[in-house]
Design a protein around this ligand. Structure first.
Ligand SMILES: C[S@@+](CC[C@H](N)C(=O)[O-])C[C@H]1O[C@@H](n2cnc3c(N)ncnc32)[C@H](O)[C@@H]1O
Ligand code: SF4
Ligand code: SF4
Length: 358
């Protein structure tokens, strides 16, 4: 099986300090462009189609525009999620280079969002939405849903997502190490209810996985190793996934060979079977896992939501951009002048298989 995507950690550094994430606590370099060029060539040979430049905060990499351009030049679909702090400064240089741009939002209430992110950043986030709209981008809003912020979902939908025609992605909180907490049944019901509305994306299979207690090492659903290549800022291949991180193989320009070597074969055989994998619900690995497991309930349950996301992203948003989008009032900011977007590189067939969450 060919891996579908690469989670390319350009740095673990971050300019925020979210309570449900510990990536920002790790010391980290920034990836080197020469290493990235070699790895992107090998990723192409491996059959990878999507590069998610992630972190930490990916916009902290001063050459993030060059990295995106390198991936685009090799024909990859690119995705990037940002907390928005640096986007207004970088937006012009990123224009047209990110096929799927996501901004993270945890609350429509400025001080609550800031408290969740550990820094004052709501204002920059709203400015990022404005700037992106003005440049003709259609960023998705990535809402990490917790027991504490679920009551704000509707307001984010009504005031930011719907009026601007932006997709609201519901990202159920997952637990790892000592972070995160289980979601209550009521929270999951609220998410499922909102997901019926247009412009809202939720993969319902995430909820089913949770209701069943997460991944079972005796009958694993996880296909992290088969589907996802994880590269660290230290230029290591991380196995079996970023969060378990049991083995880190220095790449040194031989990603293709490593991928076909013994260690990766072993991790592929063991994916989802470790004791650490018991109860796991880490969305970013399960979405591609569901997509490559035809015949399972998770596959069929995921499909309509993916189709709806693709339709909205590929048809509705592009059509509305051509007709002349309007930017609605955003909290605390003036309306930008909208600019119609050009064609992106993504195709409908890429998008239907796309892991929306990461
Ligand atoms: C790891 S961050 C990297 C990109 C960027 N720093 C940001 O926050 O947008 C990617 C996404 O993962 C989400 N995330 C972090 N920890 C999570 C957790 N425990 N459960 C679910 N989502 C989480 C963040 O809210 C963010 O939307
Ligand atoms: S902004 Fe992103 S990487 Fe930084 S701490 Fe928050 S979730 Fe983690
Ligand atoms: S089950 Fe979770 S911890 Fe185990 S390999 Fe998959 S994503 Fe990683």
């Amino acid at each position: 099986m060919k891996p579908v995507l690469c989670n390319y950690y350009v740095t673990y550094r971050c300019n925020a300090a979210c309570g449900f994430c510990d990536i920002w606590q790790q010391p980290s370099p920034l990836i080197d462009l020469g290493d990235a060029a070699r790895n992107l060539d090998d990723l192409r040979r491996l059959g990878v189609r999507i590069i998610d430049f992630t972190g930490g905060e990916p916009l902290l990499h001063p050459q993030i525009g060059d990295l995106l351009a390198m991936a685009k030049a090799r024909g990859f679909l690119t995705t990037l999620t940002s907390n928005g702090l640096l986007y207004p400064k970088r937006a012009e240089s990123l224009r047209g280079l990110v096929d799927l741009l996501h901004f993270s939002i945890d609350s429509p209430v400025p001080h609550e969002h800031d408290a969740s992110r550990g820094v004052k950043c709501f204002g920059k986030l709203m400015e990022s939405v404005e700037v992106a709209l003005a440049l003709g981008e259609r960023p998705d809003l990535l809402f990490t849903v917790t027991n504490d912020n679920v009551h704000h979902l509707e307001r984010v939908y009504e005031t930011i997502s719907r009026p601007n025609g932006l997709i609201l992605i519901l990202n159920p909180l997952f637990e790892y190490n000592t972070l995160g907490a289980g979601l209550s049944d009521e929270v999951m019901e609220r998410m499922a209810a909102l997901a019926r509305k247009p412009y809202v994306y939720l993969n319902p299979a995430f909820l089913t996985l949770r209701q069943r207690g997460g991944n079972d090492p005796d009958a694993p659903v996880c296909k992290a190793v088969s589907t996802s290549v994880v590269i660290s800022p230290f230029d290591e291949l991380v196995l079996p996934c970023y969060h378990a991180g049991m083995e880190k193989l220095p790449i040194e320009g031989r990603l293709y060979d490593l991928w076909h070597g013994e260690r990766v074969a072993w991790h592929r055989e063991m994916e989802g079977r470790h004791e650490a994998c018991r109860g796991c619900t880490i969305n970013c690995y399960f979405e591609p896992s569901f997509a490559v497991s035809p015949g399972t309930g998770y596959f069929w349950e995921s499909l309509p939501s993916k189709a709806r996301y693709t339709w909205t992203k590929f048809v509705v948003q592009r059509l509305s951009a051509r007709l002349g989008p309007k930017a609605a009032d955003l909290p605390d900011f003036e309306q930008p002048e909208p600019v119609p977007s050009g064609d992106g590189a993504a195709t409908a067939s890429d998008l239907i298989e796309l892991p929306v969450l990461r």
